[in-house]
Design a protein around this ligand. Sequence first.
Ligand code: ITT
Length: 202
Amino acid sequence: MKKIILATLNENKIKEIKEILPDLMGYFSSPQEFSIFHLPEEKGKDYKENAYIKALFVCEKTNLPSVGEDSGLEIKFLEGAPGLYSARFGGDIPFSERIRIILEKMKNVPWDERIAEFVCNLAIVLPSKKKEPIFIEGRVKGYIYWEPKGNNGFGYDPIFYYPEYKCTFGELSLEEKNKVSHRSQAFLKAKIYLEKVIKGEI
Ligand code: ITT
């Protein structure tokens, strides 16, 4: 069976992706299944480059089609931070601490100025050198809530308030988050290409 490697070591991302594309779930493998336990440093200038760096590394190691995923939270009041550095914001500290730092920086910021966006970029890299990589982006707009709320999801989900649902991503079930998230938008757009990869059409 043709395999596609999800070039991420983040178990939460893998769980979400498998639920976003249940028909393709059986084709997805993780880097660990190929004894890949680290990914290269994310030195790209943007999400797109970082997604490509991860996918290319895994594709070259396995000789199998690979999808790199780079994502982040952009807060307008913080000039786009933590953005590209979302996974490293504040250094080697737990997410609860990253969230505390953000909320502290924004404690007097009014609601209208708490606009934020989750961004997800994908790079699909195929083993044949002649085949161009495919790049895809998904975004979702929301607000930074006043305090963390909800125990679901991961990362910054407890402070990302989604106005249409009137709650944070941390309060949503995986199914509800997957209806609207940056990651689901990107992977739903990618589906047509991933199906072609599986059928050997590209
Ligand atoms: P890989 O590089 O192995 O894929 P990572 O967690 O380091 O895993 P990124 O470099 O893409 O992933 O960092 C993105 C960070 O942004 C991630 O660690 C989360 O903290 C945050 N993030 C991305 N998507 C999120 C989501 O849906 N909900 C909450 N936080 C999210």
